[in-house]
Ligand binder design. Structure first.
Ligand code: ATP
Ligand code: MG
Ligand code: FE
Length: 360
């Protein structure tokens, strides 16, 4: 079965073709440079840019993979959560295309797709504990199968990725700053007393990262010499003077540890209360973080579980994960009609697909 995946939920426009779970090709256009000028994603610019590049990416994908539109069986689209205007571009395109070529339409939960992404490069082992750590979400799920997710815990305020970006912004690192904190942090060791591990005393599986960001802000306020004067370019970070470099690296390492260890505590708590779990899946942009990867490897080892991490390119938004998740839903006989709605951030994505008795 040939599945087209379309991703326009935030600032990446992406399409991919997956044939029976195997990636045939993908195209991705990132808008990150455009939004970097503003230090964050500007929704109006994002949707206009999706509209401008999506048809071109689709045509290029078909040309590169040698496929004809009529060969596509399923059009899968990220229907949320995300920026509403951006999602509507992908959803409208998917509806028009599925109607024109007579393909099945399926709206995909973007967060599920993040967690299923490593299925493209290896086997997924269910039931799994899923930790989604992306720019907009920090969720813990029990994943029973590729199409059955139960949300167990979530952030009450900032997501882990958002905390990385906001802390990076405080110090005027280039946007998005998560990976600069990761890189510099590796040059130092954490001061485990410097910043709190928020909300770990609360017995739930929920997170709260906004206080951690404030703690870093208060600390940085005592050291204005460590803040770049303008949103620094990557070269300025690379050429940081030695004396400042060590102090900035210490802040990065300490903050990074606070986040990674908070994630560890809640994931271990979830594992203690779950039965029959065979693996831990960690996904989303923050799954690219070296300390998070290392910490989660330790958790999996301790609990005798398999750890599944996406390749770095599959951590952030891409079309392949949408095509793969869409293929899983299509295999189970799920489809949507043209009434499919886009779901903005903060709203629950409904399980409103139709299920045909004839699965494919
Ligand atoms: P969502 O899926 O919740 O809508 P998103 O798709 O925009 O959000 P992702 O693309 O999954 O988010 O992740 C982007 C986030 O990942 C950014 O906050 C970025 O700073 C962070 N990030 C990327 N690489 C790293 C890294 N090495 N260390 C820490 N954070 C990182
Ligand atoms: Mg992005
Ligand atoms: Fe995402």
């Amino acid at each position: 079965m040939l599945t087209l995946g379309i991703e326009t939920s935030c600032d990446e426009t992406a399409v991919a073709l997956v044939e029976d779970g195997r990636l045939l090709g993908e195209k991705l256009a990132t808008q990150v440079d455009m939004h970097a000028l503003f230090g964050g994603v500007v929704p109006e610019i994002a949707s206009r840019e999706h509209l401008r590049v999506l048809p071109r990416l689709y045509k290029e994908l078909l040309a590169e993979t040698g496929k004809e539109p009529g060969e596509i069986d399923t059009v899968a689209v990220a229907r949320g959560p995300g920026l509403l205007g951006s999602l509507l571009v992908g959803v409208s395109f998917a509806k028009g295309l599925s109607l024109a070529i007579g393909a099945r339409l399926i709206g995909v939960n973007h967060l599920w797709a993040h967690l299923l992404a490593p299925g493209l490069t290896g086997d997924l082992c269910f039931p799994a504990l899923g930790l989604l750590v992306s720019g907009g979400h920090t969720h813990i799920y029990r994943i029973q199968s590729s199409i059955e997710f139960e949300l167990l815990g979530r952030t009450l305020d900032d997501a882990a990725g958002e905390a990385f970006d906001k802390v990076a912004k405080l110090m005027n690192f280039p946007y998005p700053g998560g990976r600069y904190i990761d890189d510099l942090g590796q040059e130092s060791t954490p001061d485990k007393k410097l910043f709190p591990r928020p909300y770990i005393d609360h017995p739930s599986l929920d997170f709260s990262f906004s206080g951690l960001k404030t703690a870093v802000a208060l600390h940085v306020a005592t050291r204005p010499d460590l803040v770049f004067e303008t949103m620094a370019d990557p070269e300025a970070v690379a050429n940081l003077a030695e004396d400042k470099r060590a102090d900035i690296a210490k802040i990065c390492a300490s903050f990074n540890w606070s986040v990674a260890d908070t994630l560890r505590i809640k994931v271990e708590r979830a594992l203690d209360s779950m039965e029959g779990v065979k693996s831990v899946i960690v996904a989303g942009g923050v799954a690219a973080n070296s300390l998070v990867r290392k910490t989660m490897a330790g958790v999996a080892k301790k609990h005798g579980l398999e750890l599944t991490l996406p390749d770095l390119a599959l951590c952030t938004d891409n079309g392949s994960m949408i095509a793969y998740a869409g293929w899983q839903l299509a295999k189970a006989g799920c489809s949507h009609g043209l009434e499919l709605e886009a779901i903005p951030r903060g709203q629950v994505v409904p399980l409103d697909w139709k299920i045909s008795s004839q699965s494919v």
